[in-house]
Design a protein around this ligand. Structure first.
Ligand code: TPP
Ligand code: SF4
Length: 297
């Protein structure tokens, strides 16, 4: 599906209360255009739930369910199984979770659903922190980033650990479909959403890089630019893992990570040494992703 083929109709409509430039809102808009009206959505606590569906307002024009933070994959799997009992096999059951609800508190339900090959699509919009509750660190927050729980001062200077790699963990489950995407490469994103939708009857996982202007302390017009840069630095590899085969969709230009970090206040404090650590991480990540793709070729 190309941009021009996207339906005019929205199933995630305007009127929600996301911040200007919110990547999560764009992910919901685009994903719902691809998934279409025969979709049931499921949300744990996160920004998308708050700005898109706080009772009595709701931007979703499809069934929309909210249960607990830790339960998204398991609840979606329950709905999917109930639909099967009713003889409905075409409906897409989609969980939309943030990186906190995915990498941290929801990981046991996600792992179980992947291992049992539940018939759901799980979309993680990855804004790299717990934004809804005030910008706390998550397992998916990158090295060096400021958050309210990884403060910058004389004792600490942002997050000391590296980003938890959930797509790689999903590949280790031999999930039938695992993809990574960003809002910087829209044709690639559309193709992956469509592939996930059409690959019926099995577990599908997509992680989408989702800029958050207040959390990243960035200008709200920079989302698309930063979403391209993160791929070109090597910090985020675009790939698809399908039925045991992994394909990398874009070779990074290996732009220095400093070009990327200097656009975001969350990295403003990084020293030359910190930047060298992050640069080394980007190069290693790209090398490891290439090796993984080769192993799964
Ligand atoms: C069991 C439980 N612990 C904590 C919370 C409080 N809580 C609600 S949303 C949230 C953070 C969500 O972060 P993320 O999943 O990354 O989504 P984002 O807000 O960034 O969109 C937290 C900690 C909760 N609702 N339930
Ligand atoms: S805080 Fe970030 S993720 Fe939450 S609505 Fe605003 S831009 Fe979106």
């Amino acid at each position: 599906m190309k941009m021009k083929d996207l339906p005019e109709e929205d199933w995630f409509v305007n009127g929600h209360t996301a911040c200007p430039g919110c990547g999560g809102a764009t992910v919901a808009k685009i994903a719902m255009k691809v998934f279409g009206p025969d979709t049931i959505t499921y949300f744990p606590a996160n920004c998308l739930l708050v700005f898109g569906g706080t009772y009595p307002l709701n931007s979703f024009k499809v069934p929309y369910l909210h249960v607990l933070f830790e339960n998204s994959a398991i609840c979606a799997a329950g709905i999917s199984r109930a639909l099967k009992r009713l003889g409905k096999t075409d409906t897409s059951v989609v969980a939309f979770a943030g990186d906190g609800g995915t990498a941290d508190i929801g990981i046991q339900a996600l792992s179980g659903a992947a291992e049992r090959n539940e018939d759901i699509i799980y979309v993680c919009y990855d804004n790299e922190a717990y934004m809804n509750t005030g910008i706390q660190r998550s397992g998916a927050t990158p090295f060096g980033a400021w958050t309210t729980t990884t403060p910058v001062g004389s004792v600490e200077a942002g997050k000391g650990e590296y980003k938890k790699d959930i797509p790689r963990i999903m590949i280790a489950h031999d999930a039938p479909y695992v993809a990574t995407a960003t809002l910087g490469f829209i044709p690639d994103l559309l193709k992956k959403l469509e592939n996930a939708k059409n690959k019926k009857g099995c577990f599908r996982y997509i992680q989408i890089y989702s800029p958050c202007p207040p959390g990243w302390r960035m200008d709200s017009s920079l989302g698309a630019k930063i979403s391209k840069m993160v791929v070109n630095t090597g910090l985020w590899t675009l790939y698809e893992f399908e039925d045991g085969k992994m394909t990398i969709n874009k070779k990074p230009k290996m732009t220095p990570v400093e070009e990327y970090t200097k656009l975001q206040g969350r990295f403003r404090h990084l020293t030359k040494e910190n930047l060298a650590t992050l640069q080394k991480y980007a190069e290693e990540k790209w090398r490891k992703d290439q090796a993984l793709a080769e192993a799964y070729s």
